[in-house]
Design a binder for this molecule. Structure first.
Ligand SMILES: [Zn+2]
Length: 468
């Protein structure tokens, strides 16, 4: 699903590419000649614009680039001079170790569309390094180069913001950027197939490297009028959200969250057994990670409200400065919202509209967490400075501190990872920094985190939170 954090280890799958020059040239030749990204399932024919460039290896570092940016409801083309890109053999940039394309993965499924029935993912074609050969790097929107330049520019924004935050790691591992991987599921009988589309993904370990994958747009999304007139990689927030997963992953190099199921008696008591789902620690960690990545993207893009206007499925839902979901339910960590996380059907109306909240999936809970944490940071930041830039840095710093502390909790491996445990550290940081008068702090936390306020460990400061 949307902007998911994934970890995949492909190191066991060995794809042998001949090591003689002749073989490797032929291999590359076959890949770049012809419309390799043309497929009935895709919205457009995505193509390589400068095929010769990939073949000759005569690369050039561009002195300017043209990127596309979908923000505040409109798509703009921006010419950027001296973008900080470097192209020797492969496109690199601040935060990016390499840019690749041409990856093809496939697995077979008994039932296409049902993950549990799929197995045997194989690399059919390995990634090739992407070169650029133009001094002015202006490429077509559907070209691999154009997509790479735009996505890379958004990663650079993320990386530069990260490095501007006090407490950032100067040696943050660089990511690989993978353009338009074709990741296919095929039925055993070969009759039905599906391609992974309409998404961006972060892999903390893709064959040993952290990687952000930019998937193509599907024909079905285009026919439904989704993301009409723009692509997801043109939304800075979306690419930066994936980088936010990278930041969290680096700041908390924790073991995999346990798959043991989670029971919170206080929230389960009123739910009939038949309508409960099994909630695991990893589900809670996923939801917190989505909230973290939403906050990182929000801050890195200047924390402006409404920047996701017009972007289907995320618009107000994933904007941390927007208090409401599309159905006007407030994004608060109330008891009711937490209860819905444990329901088999976590929608309040049974809707399938992606703009509506579905509380039992990580992005909706993540959005509630992001709104609530942002509102607390926002209140605290006002006490820190009148200067918008300093307030933004403060919020970024609080975000990194939170990630570090979640990392410590996870490294200890004791206790259950539930929402109060994972959210407490950032609330205590705000309290201990004395950015807010006690009364305001308690009032804010009580309102934003009402469903877990008695478990946050701040009852000494706010005696009214004591469980009745
Ligand atoms: Zn995500």
């Amino acid at each position: 699903m949307w902007f998911r954090l994934t970890s995949i280890v492909l190191s066991l799958i060995v794809v042998s590419i001949g090591c003689s020059n002749e073989t490797s040239v032929r291999e590359r030749d076959e890949r770049v000649i012809g419309d390799v990204y043309s497929d009935d399932l895709l919205s457009d024919n995505f193509f390589m614009e400068d095929r010769e460039c990939q073949l000759t290896g005569i690369a050039q570092t561009p002195t300017s680039i043209v990127t596309r940016s979908m923000q505040f409801g409109s798509l703009t083309e921006i010419k950027q001079v001296n973008p900080g890109f470097n192209v020797a053999r492969v496109l690199t940039a601040p935060g990016i170790a390499e840019t690749t394309y041409g990856t093809r993965l496939a697995r077979t499924c008994l039932d296409v569309g049902n993950d549990a029935t799929c197995q045997g993912k194989k690399i059919i074609a390995s990634s090739s390094p992407l070169s650029l050969c133009r001094d002015e790097a202006s490429y077509s929107r559907q070209s691999v180069e154009g997509i790479a330049v735009t996505s890379a520019a958004h990663v650079v924004t993320a990386y530069n913001f990260y490095q501007s935050i006090p407490g950032s790691k100067k040696d943050l591992p660089l990511i690989s950027l993978n353009i338009l991987p074709i990741d296919m599921d095929e039925a055993v009988d070969g009759e039905k197939r599906a391609i992974k589309t309409d998404n961006l993904s972060y892999f903390s370990d893709f064959g040993g490297k952290p990687l952000i994958a930019i998937y193509p747009k599907s024909r079905s999304a285009a026919l439904q009028g989704k993301w009409n007139g723009f692509y997801l990689w043109e939304v800075p927030w979306a690419v930066i959200h994936e980088f936010g997963h990278h930041v969290m992953s680096v700041h908390q190099p924790a073991p995999q969250a346990s798959s043991s199921s989670l029971h919170d008696p206080s929230t389960l008591s009123t739910i009939p057994t038949s309508s409960r789902r099994i909630v695991r620690e990893s589900d809670v960690v996923d939801a917190v990670s989505e909230g973290f990545a939403d906050l990182f993207a929000h801050f890195a893009t200047g924390a402006k409200p409404g920047q996701l206007a017009g972007v289907d499925c995320v618009a107000s839902k994933r904007d941390p400065s927007s208090k409401f979901f599309a159905n006007m339910e407030a994004k608060l960590l109330s008891r009711e919202v937490l209860q819905q996380f444990f329901l088999a059907d976590g929608t309040s109306s049974g809707t399938t509209d992606c703009n509506q909240p579905r509380y039992n999936e990580p992005h909706t809970m993540g959005a509630s967490i992001a709104y609530s944490v942002n509102a607390l940071f926002e209140a605290a930041a006002i006490g820190v400075s009148q200067d918008e830039f300093i307030r933004l840095q403060f919020k970024g710093e609080q975000l990194l501190k939170w990630a570090n502390e979640i990392g410590k909790i996870r490294a200890q491996g004791t206790g259950t990872l539930n929402f109060p445990i994972l959210i407490t550290p950032t609330i205590k940081n705000i309290r201990d920094g004395q950015y807010l008068p006690t009364e305001t702090f308690c009032q804010k936390v009580g309102e934003l985190f009402s469903g877990i306020k008695s478990q946050l460990g701040v009852e000494d400061t706010c005696p009214e939170f004591k469980a009745q």
